[in-house]
Design a protein around this ligand. Structure first.
Ligand code: CNA
Length: 326
């Protein structure tokens, strides 16, 4: 282990110095103000998001210490923590997955987009958003008004489900009605289990995801929000931008600091940003804290705060009105 740590340090230092020798700093300052000034002048922004942008909508993420879903899985006596979200285990025993879904569906149904979702929508309104790549399955970006073609839902979504047997498709209402009654949704044709169209571990990602090279090669600023960047291949997208492209992480926790070999390889090939590292200071900025607070701060510094709050207020009122008519 010690050997790997030393090797990792030497290789990182070496690779970083080679890159930093050729690197061109595009930010006036490698901090929030540098990002704000750069963003004011830049279009072709890509935003990568994870479950952290929806925790303020009361939707738990995976890994947060008290609130995260992983913490609630002990009672299922699983072979390993993530088993409930793997295709193999789901096929053998969908009950724990649907037990969690039973708890989560009412939350998902009532959730409203957060300031962060509206900040992404505003980036689009300002003509700055090239694409939003999300791991989230809650579709809150859509509820915030972001057009479908602007988002790549890399891990699928909960809007539909598919029968594992005959592949028949089912809508959200069908699934929700069963899940809320604590039933496992079964196909009305062949009686096989229906799986929501979320990507479980062991499944391939949707084909829109695999067009990432054309987006990421154009990217001028990468904003990563509310994710532990622990899930591949999504996490590797962070390494797909140009070596000089500024990257900002807005997150409650520092990430990418694992001693695992997987992390060693991703760092070696610069797949993951080195936020907070002293060896890669010319382009990576870590803004630590709650993403809604930080997005609001960014909006204020950009002179967009009033617009952001108005957008959120009006849209949330429309959502309420639509729900009251259902
Ligand atoms: P994760 O591994 O749970 O990481 C979430 C990260 O967000 C952590 O680093 C937290 O510290 C951080 N965070 C949490 N709340 C905030 C906040 N308010 N402000 C700033 N940072 C915050 O989740 P990832 O998205 O990285 O993992 C990928 C999984 C989670 C994907 O496969 C998703 O499908 C899955 N997931 C999605 C949802 C959703 O759709 N809302 C919910 C739960 C899990």
């Amino acid at each position: 282990m010690e050997y790997i740590r030393i090797l990792k340090y030497l290789v990182q230092k070496n690779v970083s110095s080679v890159f930093s020798g050729k690197s061109q700093q595009k930010l006036n300052s490698v901090d929030m103000d540098g990002i704000v000034n750069f963003l004011a002048e830049t279009n072709e922004v890509i935003v990568m998001t994870g479950a952290g942008i929806s925790t303020n909508a009361n939707i738990p993420d995976f890994r947060s210490e008290s609130f995260g879903l992983y913490n609630r899985l002990q009672k299922y006596n699983l072979p390993h923590t993530t088993a409930v979200f793997t295709l193999k285990y789901f096929k053998e025993n969908p009950a724990p997955f649907y037990d969690i879904a039973h708890e989560m569906y009412p939350v998902l149904q009532n959730a409203k987009p957060t300031i962060t979702h509206y900040f992404i929508k505003l980036l689009d309104q300002k003509g700055k958003l090239l694409k939003h790549y999300t791991q989230n399955i809650d579709c809150l970006e859509e509820l915030a008004g972001l057009e479908g073609k602007k988002t790549v839902q890399a891990h699928g979504h909960i809007k539909t489900g598919t029968c594992l047997g005959c592949q028949k498709s089912f809508d959200f209402k069908f699934l929700k009605d069963k899940v809320i009654k604590n039933e496992i949704p079964r196909c009305n044709e062949c009686s096989e289990t229906i799986k929501p169209d979320v990507v479980l571990f062991g499944e391939s990602l949707p084909k829109e995801f695999w067009n990432f090279t054309s987006d990421f090669s154009k990217c001028k600023l990468l904003i990563i929000i509310g994710t532990s960047l622990a899930v591949q291949p999504f996490a590797g997208l962070a390494g797909q931008v140009d070596l000089n492209c500024p990257r900002v992480l807005i997150n409650r926790d520092q990430i990418g600091d694992s001693e695992m070999l997987g992390s060693f390889l991703t760092n070696l090939f610069h797949l993951n940003p080195e936020f907070g590292s002293t060896s890669n200071t010319h382009r990576d900025v870590f803004l630590e804290g709650d993403c809604d607070k930080i997005c609001l701060q960014l909006a204020e510094k950009l002179g967009w705060k009033e617009e952001l709050l108005k957008l959120m207020d009006e849209n949330n009122r429309n959502i309420e009105e639509k729900k009251s008519k259902i």
